[in-house]
Design a protein. Sequence first.
Length: 333
Amino acid sequence: MMNNNQMLNQPSEQLNALAHSFEHGLEIGQHYVKLLTKLAQTEDAHDLFAATNDLVNLDLEDAFVKFPQHYQAADYYLLLMGRLLEMHSNTELKITEDPTSHRFYATISALGEKVLFHFIKDAEENAVFTDVNDNEPIFSLNLKHQMLRFNNKALVNYFIINGLKKYSDLDLRSAIKPLLLFAQALHDDLNFVIDRGILDTSNQQHYDLAQLELSLTVIDRLFVATAETDYMLFNLPKNNGAELRLERQVNLDLSFDPDDYSQQWFFSVQDPDAQVSLFDLLLHYQLIRDWYLNNRDELAVKSDPLIFADDEQVEQDEPTTDESVLEDDEKND
């Protein structure tokens, strides 16, 4: 009687084993094609999300079947973004494929076709949306925890400091719109948790400062800066900060809650239609922008870390995104 090893040594058994291996590889390929087709054609946001999630986690490595061309995991995040915006009639952001590398890139019409964006995966299952040339992490996207967070430091660096050297404030505001639309679509269609940071326009939004304490001389500098302008800076009634009154009933407050033991300082923006964010004020008002950047160590707004209820290790390992962490070359701006 032959043992199992002898059976596998028979040509018929070897051929069967090889056939099963090819069959498994081809099944993976068929599944991959179905997912790509769904990603390209579905008009349902939940199906789009499911296909993206499966593609990000799909292992295409097979010893017997080699796929000559397939995309990288980070590309699927960009395809998700492009398709979801397409479903919401976006025309400002376009996704194109590089014919040589077969990588996908995004362009935003307000910034021109030479400015390319893509996603970069990190070790914590986040995908970071960034310009390919400067790597500022404009926002991070986590499919597992269904969260998107804008990075305040990167928003200031990319759009306020560097962007205004090349574009008008209106162009930069237009460039932000498809990013905010993507975040809103994730929230509305897929119930994602969104942290807009300094892009949030709610009148109830508190933009907490990264520093626990604030020297009042920083506010005094704003008093001095407004002396030769039409804008007025007032002390708040409880001596807990100041309010800068701008046109169209838009006010910028820098204050703390006198009933809060921690006395956490924060910015808040008040306007009748809840359409103005701190980002908008930094972008449109040179007075506010210069004061903020000249006192950035004290006034930097922090980016709250993503809180993953079922994964404490991710929260602990997440690098700081405080907007106060300055690169050496930024200190001279």
